[in-house]
Design a protein around this ligand. Sequence first.
Ligand code: FNR
Length: 369
Amino acid sequence: MAQALFSPFKIGKLTLAHRIVMAPLTRMRAAQPGNIPQSINVDYYRQRASKGGLIITEGSQISPMAQGMPATPGIHSSAQIEGWKAVVDAVHEKEGIIFLQLWHVGRISHSSMLSGNLPIAPSSIVAPGKAFTATFERMPFETPRALETEEIPAIVEEYALAAKNAKQAGFDGVEIHAANGYLLEQFLHSSSNQRTDQYGGSIENRCRIVLDIAAVVCEVFGADRVGIRLSPYGIANGSSEEDPMTLYDYLIKQLAALNLAYLHLIEPRASGAGQEEVNHQNVPLSSELFRAIWPNTLIAAGNYKPDTASAAVEAKQVDAVAFGRLFIANPDLPKRVEKGAPLNAYNRATFYGGGTEGYTDYPTLEQVK
Ligand code: FNR
C-alpha cells in the first residue's frame, strides 16, 4: 500500500529512504527553567525516528524574544544545545535524519514570557485572538512594538547564531519557519507589515528579511542543508495577504536562486490545524500552484492521509509529504503505512504541555499486538 511513498529521494546531497516526513510539531514539554530539551523529548523523537526518515523538530526559538508559548525549546543557550544533542544522537542511532526548525514568533507572544517586554513585530498591529501566557493561561494578544530599522540586522544575526548552535548540536540541517503568521510571515504579509523603510511596502521589501536570513543560514550550513516552510494562502494566527500569488511567486523564485535544499508548503486547507480541526474549502492547493517554479525538493503538509500522500507523490506534485497529527499519535507511522496497518487516533487535549501522557505513550504496532 502507498507504494510511491517508499522510494528514496534527495534533500540536497542527503538521500532519504522514504517520503513520510515528520512535520514540525510544538508540544511545549521542554524542561524548566531554561526551555531545555530533556529526556522525555529524547524518547519522543527516538520513537518517531526511522532509518532514512526525515524528522523536522518542533519550532525552536532563536532567542529569548522569539518565544511565544511556554515550555517551547530554544536553540540559543549552551544548555539547550546540549539538550538537543541528546535528541540528535538518539535519532542518528536509528539512522534517521533530523532538521531543526528555526522559529521567531514576533507578535504571537505575551510579555509574561518576555521578561515584561512587549512582543516585537514589523508594525505595531495587534493579532486577533488569544496568546498563551507564561503560566499557560489564555489572554488577548498585546499590541506589539514595531522594530526599529536598525534592529533588523541583529535579528538576522540571531538566525545565523541559532543555525550555528544547531550545527554544534549535530543537526543534519535546519528549516526556516516563515509560515503560520509568525515573525517572518508578519513581514511578508501586507496586513501585518505597514513599514515605510526597506523592510516594508513593495513585495521586494517585505521579502527582504526572509531572504537575508536564508542567505546567512545558508552560509552556516550550506544551502543543501537548509529548507524553508511557507504557508501561502494561510490564515493561521491572524495572517492575511491581499495578493499571495504575486508575493509567493517572487519569494519562491528568489529562494530558488539561493538553491535551498527544499521548500516545505503548508496546504491552506489545513491552516490553523495546530489550534483546531480544520478542512478549509475552496482554497488553492499550494503544492500544485508553486511546483513549477521550485526546482529542488518539494515537501507538502496539511490534511494528507497515506493514500492521498501516495497519489501526490505518484503524480509528481510533491517529492515527500509531512505528517503532523498522524505522527503525534503513531510513533511508527512509516512502518504502519508501509504495512497498511490501522493508525492510532490522536488526542488533541494532550497536544500542548504536560508530561508523557499523549506524548510518548502512543503504542507502536508491536505494542498493540
Ligand atoms: C503544528 N504545526 C506546526 N507547524 C510548524 O511549522 N511549526 C510548529 O512548531 C508547529 N506546531 C504544531 C503543533 C501541533 C500540535 C499541530 C497539530 C500542528 C503545523 C503542522 O506542522 C502541520 O502543518 C499541520 O498539523 C497540518 O498537517 P497534518 O496534521 O494535517 O498532517
